[in-house]
Design a protein around this ligand. Structure first.
Ligand code: TXA
Ligand code: MG
Length: 323
């Protein structure tokens, strides 16, 4: 069966309660109608996702989102208007008796995102309904940033994939939550605290913007995440890498290798272009996995940009985090 779908084929399958992978500007999403409990439960099975980890929901516009949520705080509204459609998500209060509780596992808040990828936006507009779409990967593994990565991981379990090319950001969206006293970054991403503060400043809002990831708020953050299949070891000096045909090294352009670059050596890019490191990270883990080696080593020196240092290490730390 051909697993590659057109936008219209994907719309028909979703409408009938199916599960398909869709491209987004962050990572590929595993999509179903958010208000369909059976389709939602299939996503948990396909991903082997813990039942206490709710699904992020995607909307075609702010107007559509407003039909589902209580009026957000002013800061949330300003940031929604400024950054969406785009790689950012908002934890917001659902209206009472919400039909989205199938996707949120009964929670009264939803993580909501309006994506900018034109193919996904087109699917959302044609369906005119919210779509639940966690990252399109087996639970615990790195997210897929291309259609071939999705098919290699979960191709036999899904109804198809819409190929929208490589995801431009390559890491998952920034997730924000709001209170009267602060804006919390629950998951760091391409959009960082300085970008957020700048937008608020022009509206005369001076709330602190804090990194405040909490497993209580976003249950997904307590699990091992983003890991390759090949056992991965972190090294804080390149001198700790002893090349061997059974080992791979993943590093950056600045690393001074004590040996000749070979097929088992991967560079994520330059530490002065952290967006490129982010865009290459999961793809590189995928390519490294194809070599089926005994072990991989990751050497990533400090990234000069503080927000990117925090964001990339957030992902990397979780690759070895166990619960
Ligand atoms: O960029 C992204 O956000 C991608 C694309 C496909 O949109 N999606 C994504 O989904 O990364 P996922 O499920 O892999 O990560 C969403 C995170 C998880 O840590 C989950 O626990 C949290 O958001 N989350 C989702 N709904 C929530 C809710 N109602 N309350 C608290 N946390 C929630
Ligand atoms: Mg995920």
């Amino acid at each position: 069966m051909n697993k590659y779908l057109t936008v219209d084929e994907a719309v028909n399958i979703l409408n009938a309660g199916g599960v398909v992978a869709v491209p987004t500007e962050t990572v590929y999403g595993l999509a179903c109608m958010a208000e369909n409990p059976e389709a939602v439960s299939r996503i948990y099975q396909i991903k082997n996702r813990p039942a206490d980890n709710p699904l992020i929901c995607h909307f075609q516009s702010i107007e559509q989102l407003m039909e589902y949520i209580e009026t957000p705080l002013e800061a949330a509204l300003i940031l929604l208007k400024h950054f969406t459609p785009g790689p950012i998500s908002f934890l917001l209060n659902l209206k009472k008796e919400s039909t989205l509780k199938a996707a949120t596992g009964g929670r009264e808040k939803v993580v909501a995102r309006i994506p900018s990828h034109p193919m996904f936006l087109s699917i959302l507009k044609k369906l005119n309904k919210p779509i639940a779409a966690p990252s399109a990967n087996s639970s615990g593994k790195y997210s897929a940033t291309s259609a071939d990565m999705v098919l290699t991981d979960i191709g036999d379990k899904i109804d198809g994939v819409v190929d929208g090319g490589p995801s431009s950001a390559g890491i998952e969206s920034t997730i924000l939550s709001f209170s009267d006293t602060a804006i919390n970054i629950l998951r760091p991403g391409v959009i960082g605290p300085d970008d957020i503060k700048e937008v608020l400043k022009s509206s005369n809002i001076a709330l602190p913007v804090l990194y405040a990831q909490s497993a209580e708020v976003t249950p997904g953050s307590k699990y091992k995440h983003y890991a390759p299949l090949t056992p991965l070891v972190f090294i804080d000096s390149i001198a700790n890498y002893h090349p061997n045909k059974h080992f791979a090294l993943i590093t950056v352009d600045e690393a001074e290798l004590p040996y000749q670059v070979d097929a088992n050596t991967f560079s994520l890019g330059s530490i002065h272009k952290p967006e490129e490191i982010a865009a290459n990270l999961y793809r590189t883990l995928f390519e490294m996995d194809q070599l089926q080696l005994a072990k991989a080593f990751l050497y990533l020196p400090t990234i000069p940009d503080k927000h990117w240092q925090h964001t990339l290490y957030n992902r990397i730390q979780k690759m070895i985090q166990h619960t």
